[in-house]
Ligand binder design. Structure first.
Ligand code: HEM
Length: 428
């Protein structure tokens, strides 16, 4: 599963059918897996039978109990209603120029002429976008302090402690994994708490007619958000939400950018067609390319729910409280849904919409990714800016996929060699 997650998922689907159980850490009592578009649709959208939140309980020590990703209903719905408007597509497009500036600042590290692992490059970019768009940090010094603290905290070498048995997670001093985790967590939370307090003070001054800064970053919008009863998120809830947004948004977006550039480097016909289409001022093939890379290499392997009561899936019994995962790759690679499923063919998305729940990189139902519009804009902006200046080419053999927690990552960071285009096209 860790070394060849795609092959393993496909083999289980082939040999065991659309629903099967695996015993895997951290789901020691078993994880019921759905691996079929129709069954996945039931898992993701039948909210009476399958409930979200508890499946991500492992992350609670990192993000806090108030984060959307691990909050069960009914609290989940209240938070989601408050969180969705700041991520709405029309609001998010205002951030494209900021994203372009961040990409330009990062280009020298990418366009060296040598093979470069794209994933770590994209991770830094994705974190900078979150710091700017979500936290609203404009001061470079303060952004650097946050970047250092968050990079250390959300790195897998730190979060791996959450996958250890409970007694090993204990804080046994500064050098123990639990001690390090607690120290990094405290640093991140202190910084974020101070940012929230500063922002509340400024927004109070603005309300008094003083400093009206007209900010539209996600934190500022969340500070003003109110539910139907007129209540907003308190500081601890905001703190948990912000940490959850970093955790949910940073690896995923960076990994999708990395896979897409890696796949383009290894498919010159699709790459050249995309560059020609972008040069002609169209984004049709760009959107199709991102869909195709998310189909072949979805950043997230599965979405998880818990059975609310004894039930069944495709005729197989599912006991109450069982964890149920909707696996994405076996559906994204099903020959019945996708002819030549392993071929990278962006054009297949131009002519027809896929059947429902055949392509779900952002999950579905009431827990579908809230950050999807932000991620899509970011991925499209990064690709447009890079492909206007450089042509991705292989820097070694195509990389296989590995599973890092629930993220499907390229085994060697998605190495790509970029050849500069001279002169860059005048149109963009
Ligand atoms: C390409 C990038 C991304 C991918 C592939 C992705 C994928 C996903 C998936 C599969 C889920 C689970 C959905 C489900 O359970 O049905 C999810 C949830 C979530 N994502 Fe994303 N995500 C991405 C980017 C982002 C970004 C940029 C943010 C915010 C900054 C974000 C915030 C969230 C949150 C808060 C949830 C929990 C939603 C809920 O439980 O209601 N994601 N994402």
């Amino acid at each position: 599963m860790l070394l060849d997650p795609l092959g393993y998922g496909l083999a289980l689907r082939r040999e065991l059918g659309p629903v099967f159980s695996v015993r895997t850490f951290p789901y020691r009592a078993g994880l019921v897996c759905a691996a079929d578009a129709e069954v996945n649709r039931a898992v993701l959208t039948d909210h009476e039978r399958f409930v979200g939140g508890d499946g991500a309980a492992l992350l609670r020590p990192a993000v806090g109990a108030g984060s959307l990703i691990c909050t069960p209903p009914p609290r989940h719905l209240r938070h989601r209603k408050l969180l969705l408007p700041p991520f709405h597509g029309t609001r998010i497009t205002r951030w494209a120029q900021r994203m372009r500036e961040l990409v330009h600042a990062g280009l020298p590290a990418l366009l060296t002429g040598d093979g470069v692992p794209v994933r770590p490059w994209a991770q830094r970019l994705a974190l900078d976008v979150i710091l700017r768009v979500v936290f609203g940090l404009t001061d470079p010094g303060r952004a650097a302090v946050f970047r250092r603290a968050l990079t250390a905290f959300v790195g897998m070498d730190n979060l791996a402690v959450l996958f250890l048995p409970k007694p090993w997670q204990r804080d046994l001093g500064p050098l123990s994994p639990g001690g390090r985790f607690n120290r990094l967590r405290a640093t991140v939370r202190d910084l974020t708490r101070a940012e929230i307090a500063g922002r509340r003070a400024r927004s109070d001054r603005a309300a008094d007619g003083g400093d009206s800064s007209g900010r539209d970053d996600v934190l500022s919008l969340l500070l003003d958000a109110r539910d139907e009863q007129g209540a907003g998120l308190d500081d601890e809830e905001l703190l948990d939400e912000l940490t959850g947004l970093v955790l949910a948004g940073y690896e995923t977006t960076a990994t999708t950018i990395a896979w897409t550039l890696h796949l383009l480097a290894h498919h010159p016909t699709a790459r050249d067609a995309l560059i020609a289409d972008l040069d002609a001022g169209s984004d049709r093939l760009l959107k199709a390319t991102v869909k195709e890379s998310s189909r072949l290499r979805p950043a997230v392997f599965y979405a998880i729910r818990t059975a609310a009561h004894d039930t069944e899936l495709a005729g197989r019994p599912v006991p109450r409280h069982a964890f149920v995962a909707a696996l994405f790759p076996p559906v994204h690679l099903a020959p019945r849904l996708w002819p030549s499923p392993h071929a990278f063919q962006p054009r297949r998305h131009l002519d027809a919409d896929p059947p429902p729940y055949a392509l779900t990189p952002f999950g579905g139902g009431l827990r579908r990714c809230v950050g999807a519009p932000l991620a899509q804009l970011e991925i499209e902006t990064v690709l447009t800016e890079i492909l206007a200046r450089a042509v991705p080419a292989p820097a070694g053999p195509p990389e296989s996929a590995r599973l890092l927690s629930v993220t499907l990552v390229p085994a060697h960071g998605a190495r790509v060699r970029f050849h500069r285009r001279r002169p860059p096209p005048a149109t963009r």
